[in-house]
Design a protein around this ligand. Structure first.
Ligand SMILES: Cc1cc2nc3c(=O)[nH]c(=O)nc-3n(C[C@H](O)[C@H](O)[C@H](O)COP(=O)(O)O)c2cc1C
Length: 357
C-alpha cells in the first residue's frame, strides 16, 4: 500500500508537488453559505472526490470485506466508489451491500468475451461508469516488493512478528475472522480456479501491443460512461477525447508504474489545456489533504480520486476509518474554500492560486 515502483521518486513527487502551489488568501468575502456539492460524470456528488480502484483492498479488513466497507463509507459520504476488477468481493456482493450505483474499473484484457460478460454484469448491477486503466499493460518493477519478498509464496519475516505484536487487536481479528484470498469478479469463463492461478491468468491477459485505436472496442461495447485512467500526457489526452471517452483521470498509478514520470499535479495544467473542456478531467495521485483537492480543482480538475488516503483509513479502522478520512477531507476542502473566498465548487478557479509578481 505504502510503496511505489523503482526508487519511488514519482510516488513522493505526487504528494510533494502540491506544495509548489500557494493559495491567494481572501478575507471578508461573504463565504457564510458554502456548498461542496458538484456533479461528476453528470451525477450528483456531495464533494469532488471519488474512491479510486485499488486491487485486493478487501484484504485490508479482517474477513476480506475491505471493498464492501469502503463502498459503505463512500455511500454514507455520498461520493462515488470505484470497485477494482481485482477485488475480493464480487461486484454483485458490493451491489447487494450498498444498493446504490458504484463505478467498476478494469484493465483492457485480451479475452473480449470475458470483457463483454463483465460489462453485462456491471450493467445489471447498475454501474454508471467503467474506468479503463491504460497505464498498466506492462507491470513495473517494485524494489520494495522484492526486498520484502512480496509474491507467491509469500515470505513472512521476523520483523513481521514485531509488527503483528504492535497491533494485537488487528492481528487477533485477522486470525479470528481469517481472510480467504479470492477474486470475486473472476469466476467462470476461462478463468482458472484458485487465487494465484487466477492472478496468473490476469497477467497473461495484459496485452502490451494494445494501441489507442483498440480502445474503440471498449467505447463501442460499453454503453455507460467511460473513464480512461492513466493519462499523463497532453497528446494521449487528445487520443482519449478522440475515441469518445467521457473523462480521463490524470494518473501515474499512484507512482506504481513509470518511476521518474512527472507528478500528476505537475502534468495536469497542460492536459486541461489540451482537452479544452470537451470531457471531464480527474486527477489521482498524492492527494492527502482537502487542500490538495482544491489545488487540483483550481488547475482544472473536476474531481480527485483517492487511493492511499482511503486505504490508510480502511486498514486502520475499516468503514469507520474511511468515513473519518472522508469527513476530514470534506472539512479541509470547506475551510480552504472559505479562506480563499469561494462559496461553491464551480467558483474554484486559477484565481484562488497565488502568483508571485
Ligand atoms: C494498493 C494499491 C492498489 C491499486 N490497484 C489499482 C488497480 O487495481 N487498478 C487501478 O487502476 N489502479 C490501482 N491503483 C492506483 C490507484 O487507483 C490510484 O491511481 C493511486 O492510488 C492514486 O494515488 P494515491 O494513492 O497517491 O492517491 C492502486 C493503488 C494502490 C496503492
Amino acid at each position: 500500500m505504502d510503496g511505489g515502483s523503482f526508487a519511488e521518486t514519482t510516488l513522493r513527487a505526487n504528494a510533494d508537488d502540491f506544495g509548489r502551489y500557494r493559495f491567494r488568501q481572501k478575507v471578508l468575502a461573504n463565504v457564510g453559505d458554502r456548498s461542496l456539492e458538484t456533479t461528476i460524470l453528470g451525477l450528483p456528488s456531495s464533494m469532488p472526490l471519488v474512491i479510486a480502484p485499488t486491487a485486493l483492498s478487501g484484504i485490508m479488513v479482517p474477513g476480506g470485506v475491505g471493498e464492501i466497507e469502503a463502498a459503505r463509507a463512500a455511500k454514507k459520504a455520498a461520493i462515488p466508489y470505484t470497485l477494482g476488477v481485482l477485488s475480493l468481493a464480487s461486484l454483485e456482493e458490493v451491489r447487494d451491500a450498498i444498493k446504490v450505483p458504484f463505478w467498476l474499473q478494469t484493465k483492457p484484457l485480451r479475452d473480449r468475451g470475458f470483457m463483454r460478460s463483465l460489462f453485462d454484469r456491471a450493467l445489471a448491477a447498475g454501474c454508471p461508469a467503467l474506468v479503463v486503466t491504460v497505464d498498466g499493460q506492462v507491470l513495473s518493477q517494485h524494489y520494495r516488493g522484492v526486498r520484502n519478498g512480496f509474491g507467491n509464496p509469500r515470505a513472512v519475516r521476523l520483523d513481521n512478528f514485531h509488527e503483528f505484536a504492535c497491533r494485537p487487536g488487528w492481528s487477533l481479528a485477522s486470525v479470528m475472522r481469517g481472510t480467504r484470498l479470492r477474486l470475486g469478479n473472476l469466476q467462470g469463463g476461462g478463468v482458472p480456479k484458485g487465487f494465484w492461478e487466477a492472478m496468473g491468468w490476469v497477467s497473461g491477459q495484459l496485452d502490451p501491443a494494445m494501441e489507442w485505436r483498440d480502445l474503440a472496442w471498449f467505447r463501442d461495447n460499453w454503453p455507460g460512461k467511460l473513464v480512461i485512467k492513466g493519462v499523463l500526457d497532453p497528446q494521449d489526452a487528445q487520443e482519449a477525447v478522440a475515441i469518445g471517452a467521457d473523462a480521463i483521470s490524470v494518473s501515474n498509478h499512484g507512482g506504481n508504474q513509470l518511476d521518474g514520470a512527472p507528478s500528476t499535479i505537475a502534468a495536469l495544467p497542460k492536459i486541461v489545456e489540451a482537452v479544452k473542456g470537451r470531457i471531464e478531467v480527474f486527477l489521482d495521485g498524492g492527494v492527502r489533504s482537502g487542500q490538495d483537492v482544491v489545488k487540483a480543482l483550481a488547475l482544472g480538475a473536476r474531481a480527485c480520486l483517492i487511493g492511499r488516503a482511503h486505504l490508510y483509513g480502511l486498514a486502520a479502522q475499516g468503514e469507520k476509518g474511511v468515513s473519518a478520512i472522508l469527513e476530514m477531507l470534506r472539512r479541509e476542502i470547506d475551510v480552504t474554500m472559505a479562506l480563499t473566498g469561494v462559496r461553491t465548487i464551480k467558483d474554484i478557479s486559477p484565481d484562488i492560486l497565488w502568483r508571485p509578481d
